[in-house]
Ligand binder design. Structure first.
Ligand code: NAI
Length: 401
């Protein structure tokens, strides 16, 4: 079989190219985000596309390139790809949702200490020639209570790191979670807010988390407590936060994400939080580290390897997730089909007609498609795949080994 050709655009971390070449794939690089026209002209030469957040993969591009085997978003978000169309034409889309978990957690820890010691303001003043040597209002974080809202990947990492610095950790999550270390689960958000010296938010952006922290919740927080938000900008009502800071009810805050964020580094950033004391503002850099970029390169390259070589779709955001071990001495056929009654019967009919012995068969479906992985003896694989591929409801059929 010819080596599959992969196009990586937008300066994806070089480790991805290295890994994919080691696996025997051909890889070409483009440093920028190609336009729709350029994708339409270029993609016919490739089997797989890797992008970051700026390349728009539209329905038009996908319909014109149904031969694409997979798409990888070397980032967290996937809304730059028309995921529904990608699924309709049988293309799984992968991303790297948790490669920057540790980076966010470390920033939160740094911010707790910074807020406790008013580092932001003292640093600014020192740069301006002001010498503010005073212990007033400066505290250790040791022995304080950290309230974590959303005890998922990031929240639980923060929990571990904070405990190792001597903080008492409480958390609130809508899903029952195993407390790590000595952390304790709170039965409500209100309960957490009332007892925490620091509150850090790690929930996803959903209708339920929109405006989750408004004047009512801020009023429940302890006087002098600090708020940290490195989740999503919609979670906190900024105007209410400004009031809580101006009235000195809150001691400070560190905000990394905003309801409105500039689209690029060239655009001016404007926020009502600017100029307030003990307020740390960062430009959505929670997950932006060299290590996270490296980890993203590794994670998506690994998803490509597993999908291209063994048909594993685990981690695909728009496809049924299937992850089966390799069965020695067999070949593997992958088939994506419309999820309609009778398709499996048609496929199995072709298999028995060919006299092929199925060593393993696994089907995973969602409301629109079925993803079928079949292991059988190699002499039958290629011809059977061709016949299965001709069925009217087959979307894509491929032999992986
Ligand atoms: P995750 O999905 O692993 O964890 C989220 C947790 O929040 C889950 O345990 C979930 O059950 C819980 N949750 C959902 N709704 C809730 C509610 N209403 N109340 C309480 N808990 C609720 O997500 P992960 O990876 O920990 O990310 C958390 C947030 O961090 C996301 O909003 C993500 O977009 C953001 N993020 C920000 C970055 C940055 O650069 N600042 C980088 C990476 C992620």
């Amino acid at each position: 079989m010819d080596a599959l050709k992969i196009l990586l655009v937008e300066n994806i971390h070089p480790v991805a190219k290295e890994r994919l070449i080691e696996e025997g794939f051909q890889v070409d690089l483009i440093s920028y985000a190609p336009s729709e026209e350029e994708l339409l002209a270029t993609l016919p030469r490739y089997d797989v596309l890797g992008i970051r957040s700026k390349t728009e993969v539209t329905a038009k591009v996908l319909h014109a390139n149904k031969h694409l085997v997979g798409i990888g978003c070397f980032c967290i978000g996937t809304n730059q790809v028309d995921l529904v169309t990608a699924k309709d034409v049988g293309i799984p889309v992968f991303n790297a949702p948790h490669s920057n978990t540790r980076s966010v957690a470390e920033l939160v820890i740094a911010e707790m200490v910074s807020l406790s010691r008013q580092l932001g303001d003292r640093n600014t003043k020192a740069h301006m020639g002001e010498w503010v040597k005073s212990a007033e209002g400066s505290r250790e974080v040791r022995g304080k209570t950290l309230g974590i809202v959303g005890y998922g990947h990031i929240g639980s990492q923060v929990s571990i790191l904070a405990e190792s610095m001597g903080l008492k950790v409480v958390f609130y999550d809508t899903v029952k979670k195993l407390p790590l270390g000595n952390a304790s689960a709170m039965s409500s958000l209100a309960e957490l807010l009332k007892i925490s010296d620091f509150v850090t938010l790690h929930v996803p952006e959903t209708p339920e988390t929109k405006d989750m922290i408004s004047s009512k919740e801020l009023a429940l927080m302890k006087k002098g407590a600090n708020l940290i938000n490195a989740s999503r900008g919609t979670v906190v009502v900024i105007e209410d936060l400004v009031q809580a800071l101006k009235s000195k009810h809150l001691g400070g805050c560190a905000i990394d994400v905003f309801p409105w964020e500039p689209a690029s580094n060239k655009e001016k950033f404007v926020s009502p939080l600017q100029g307030l004391s003990n307020v740390i503002l960062t430009p959505h850099i929670g997950g932006s580290t060299e290590e996270a970029q490296y980890a993203i390169g590794m994670e998506v390259a690994e998803s490509f390897r597993r999908y291209l070589k063994i048909g594993s779709t685990s981690g695909a955001v728009n496809f049924p997730n299937v992850d089966l071990p390799v069965k020695q001495g067999t070949s593997r056929i992958l088939n994506v089909h419309k999820n309609e009654p009778g398709v499996l019967g048609e496929i199995n009919g072709l298999i028995s007609k060919a006299g092929a012995n199925i060593e393993g068969q696994f089907l995973s479906t969602d409301e629109k498609i079925g993803y079928l992985v079949m292991d059988l003896h190699s002499q039958h694989a290629q011809s059977l795949a061709t016949d299965i591929g001709k069925l009217s409801r087959s979307i894509r059929t491929r032999v992986v080994y």
